[in-house]
Design a protein around this ligand. Structure first.
Ligand SMILES: NC(=O)c1ccc[n+]([C@@H]2O[C@H](COP(=O)([O-])OP(=O)(O)OC[C@H]3O[C@@H](n4cnc5c(N)ncnc54)[C@H](OP(=O)(O)O)[C@@H]3O)[C@@H](O)[C@H]2O)c1
Length: 360
């Protein structure tokens, strides 16, 4: 990637949003990480200079860094003005896209990044929309040698990298994984900002298009080894899709969570894997080894998501030789499976561990 030629290694687009402000703080932390060996020139981007300045002032106060505002570039960029998007992308090695809803704003950002040779990481919670972007832009991105990586927030970094970690820790061939998410809250409960809710609604609404998209894309099905897992909780998922307003009651708000709610929340994602020990044939035998792993971290939406997004961006910048060879449009798992992203996350508070591992 063209790091040296561009004024900013990272540009946080949508820094004035509820999530963008936390991503801005996380980049500011990364900038002064004691393990950094080189400078990290970065900028915030958005359509209002005043709002961007306020975000930097708030971060400076929170992090005790009075000179922060003078260390960070400001780029004025409105999605409604394609020339401003091009101008932003030309100045960035990696754009951290926090503008939402992704459904409306993801594609113009991806196009501008590809055309102007910038890589792009976003945190949309709409994996099905990522598949459409992959169908439309994968080859263009590969031609330009840039990486477009979607869903790099709470969904899907802990889940994707958790499966990869489970596979790497199994002493044999992993053939199936079930995962269970627990969200922990403090006495003041939980809340999620309205911006994420809007994206979630579009995501749910899109479920029926996913099958059509997969038919068009002609991708080979994932190879199946060993017995197929039975689906659990199918009814619950249907209810969530049909009645999100009911199930979200009390959790989504225009103000988003308070700092106290954020500080007291955390998540645990537990994986139960099964597979075959080394040397065991997979065709006739039953799986004979099991493993249980966990990914634990701080509050999902506004602490873990910025950590995941920023460490994904740092991996793009510093671990390029372990990325897929050409560029393209990728899920986090496809992009980062051979990189040191898990080590980076472990150091930044999203911890991966093996709970148990046994022969069946
Ligand atoms: N995957 C996860 O775990 C996760 C977690 C958190 C958030 N998210 C995603 O993050 C996205 C943002 O959520 P949020 O709650 O932060 O929303 P938000 O507070 O409404 O922020 C939206 C941002 O988009 C900007 N924007 C809107 N229209 C624009 C335009 N035409 N040109 C330039 N900027 C524009 C806004 O700028 P102004 O300030 O100028 O209006 C603001 O910075 C959503 O897609 C959400 O799903 C995902």
């Amino acid at each position: 990637m063209a790091t040296e030629q561009r004024p900013f290694h990272l540009v946080v687009f949508g820094a004035s949003g509820f999530t963008g402000q936390f991503v801005t703080e996380e980049v500011a932390r990364e900038q002064v990480d004691p393990e950094r060996s080189s400078r990290l020139p970065w900028a915030v981007a958005g359509r209002s200079r005043e709002k961007l300045q306020r975000v930097l002032e708030k971060a400076a106060l929170k992090l005790g860094r009075p000179t922060l505002s003078s260390e960070v570039g400001i780029i004025i960029c409105d999605i409604a003005n394609p020339a401003s998007l091009d101008e932003m992308a030309k100045q960035a090695t990696v754009v951290l896209n926090c503008v939402g809803p992704y459904r409306f704003y993801g594609e113009p950002v991806i196009k501008a990044c590809i055309e102007n040779g910038a890589s792009c990481i976003d945190i949309s919670g709409e994996p099905q929309f990522l598949e459409l972007m992959q169908l439309k832009y994968h080859e263009k991105a590969a031609d330009k040698g840039v990486y477009i990586i979607g869903s790099s927030g709470f969904d899907s970094i802990p889940a994707d990298l958790g499966v990869i970690y489970t596979r790497n820790k199994m002493n044999g061939t992993l053939t199936a994984v079930e995962s269970f998410l627990t969200i922990h809250s403090g006495p003041e409960g939980l809340s999620i900002h309205d911006g994420t809710w809007k994206s979630a609604i579009y995501g749910f609404g899109d479920q029926s298009n996913l099958r059509k998209l997969r038919n068009v894309s002609n991708l080979k099905p994932v190879p199946l080894i060993g017995p197929k897992l039975k689906r659990r909780f199918g009814i619950g998922r249907q209810l969530l899709i049909k009645f999100p307003w009911f199930f979200s009651f009390g959790y989504f708000s225009k103000q988003g969570p308070t700092q106290k709610q954020i500080d007291a929340a955390s998540f645990t994602l537990t994986f139960f894997g099964q597979g075959y020990s080394q040397g065991t044939g997979t065709d006739k035998n039953k799986p004979n080894i099991k493993i249980c792993t966990q990914v634990k971290g701080p509050e999902a939406g506004y602490v873990a998501t910025p950590i995941a997004m920023v460490q994904a961006a740092m991996t793009l910048l510093s671990d390029a030789s372990h990325l897929p060879k050409a560029g393209g449009v990728f899920t986090p798992g496809a992009a980062f499976s051979k990189t040191k992203l898990i080590d980076r996350l472990n150091k930044h508070g999203i911890e991966f561990s093996v709970i148990s591992s046994s022969e069946v």
